[in-house]
Write a protein that binds this ligand. Structure first.
Ligand code: PLP
Length: 381
């Protein structure tokens, strides 16, 4: 198998698994229990919190553990909206967010919040000017993702943070696709809330974190115990948290080296694919992108058929977000970038990872070329 879908999920790093095992086998105490056996689990969690804070560039008290990137996004968006309801009811986001943010905003609309969905240009980037024009006295939250999961396109998050800071509006960014891939601490972006997820950086699934700048008002979305500073009730996933922290550290150590390596591999692949396969377009090229992602449209073929065709060669890629597989609708991200529904439906996402090298990319290129030729010869699209 050649796995080229690292934006959907990554394999668990063996070193991370080894860190987790003692907390599944021996150190299984409840961190909230009063005796010494359980306090070892509590101490371990605090060590993990310190480790993540160091990688992210913040204080340990600003990291909250959650169960997924989806939960971190929900807590950030819903939690801010509910905490600041008396101040206003307006939220600004973009048309290209992950459904974890988009559907949370849609749910908030049914509670009486007003949401502005900013458009993006043909490269997939929001305009700061447009964002500034849409801010209103009743705006209580801006939420704009760092890198898009389908195209890898990066948003001008630092500039947005500067703007929202001046206006006193909390700013959330979903950094699920940049954590571990960008060679600098993500809190340098200046956002007040930042979502991370473990399984995108070779950590365990069902583990995640939310950075909350110390003065950001937030209401919990789960009711229950007082874990995580009262912001996230529920007994902590101790083994998962230990794995998450180790995965964070390992990614931070290799981020700079991997950034350059993957960028070279990706760029070489894109250059060759455009020469080899006519009627090919790379989406998002005019903008800065994370180096592991390429989103490609092919004329006269259906993306779903390409994915299935490559699967026959043992190659795993996707049509976009893993969560939308099986959806007949074209990608909301590509449509927002101005692609026609037909063009959007003829697109695939290839996302590289630690285990990807030249040999894998060469084999994928050959298989892709064969698949497209075969599909076009029988195509009615
Ligand atoms: N946000 C982005 C940008 C993502 O790519 C994903 C997952 O694909 C999520 C949020 C959701 O993360 P999780 O799968 O941990 O719930």
């Amino acid at each position: 198998m050649i796995y080229l879908d690292h934006n959907a999920t990554t394999p668990l790093d063996r070193r991370v698994l080894e860190t987790m095992l003692p907390y599944l086998e021996n150190e299984w105490g409840n961190p909230s229990s009063p005796y010494r056996f359980a306090s070892r689990a509590k101490i371990a969690i605090e060590k993990a919190r310190n480790q993540i804070a160091e990688c992210a560039g913040c204080g340990p008290g600003e990291i909250i553990f959650t169960s997924s990137g989806t939960e971190s996004d929900n807590l950030a968006v819903r939690g801010t909206a509910h905490a600041l309801r008396s101040r206003g009811n307006h939220i600004v986001t973009t048309a290209i967010e992950h459904h974890a943010v988009l559907n949370t905003c849609k749910a908030l609309e049914t509670e009486g919040f007003r949401v502005t969905y900013l458009p993006v240009n043909s490269s997939g980037v929001v305009s700061i000017k447009e964002l500034e024009n849409r801010l209103a006295p009743e705006t209580i939250l801006v939420t704009v993702m760092h890198a898009n999961n389908e195209t890898g396109v990066l948003q001008p998050v630092k500039e947005i943070a500067d703007l929202t800071k001046k206006r006193g509006i909390p700013f959330h960014t979903d950094a699920v696709q940049t954590a571990g891939k960008i060679p600098y601490p993500l809190c340098e972006l200046g956002a007040d809330l930042i979502s991370f997820s473990g399984h995108k950086l070779y950590g365990p699934k069902g583990t995640a974190a939310l950075y909350i700048h110390e003065k950001t008002p937030l209401s919990p979305i789960l009711t229950g115990g007082l874990q995580e500073n009262g912001l996230r009730a529920g007994t902590e996933n101790v083994a998962g948290i230990m794995g998450l922290a180790h995965a964070f550290s390992l990614s931070a150590e290799s981020a700079e080296r991997e950034y350059k390596r993957l960028e070279e591999l990706r760029d070489r692949f894109e250059e060759r694919i455009c020469t080899l396969i006519p009627g090919t377009k790379i989406n998002g090229t005019g903008a800065p992108r994370i180096p592991n992602t390429t989103n490609i449209s092919f004329d006269s073929v259906d993306g779903e058929s390409i994915v299935l065709g490559l699967d026959l060669h043992g190659i795993c890629v996707s049509t976009g977000s893993a969560c939308s597989t099986g959806e007949p609708e074209p990608s909301h991200v590509l449509v927002a970038m101005g692609l026609s529904p037909k063009e959007a439906q003829g697109s695939i996402r290839i996302s590289l990872g630690r285990d990807t090298g030249e040999a894998e990319m060469d084999t994928a290129l050959e298989a892709l070329s064969d698949t497209i030729k075969r599909l076009r010869s029988i195509s009615s699209v």
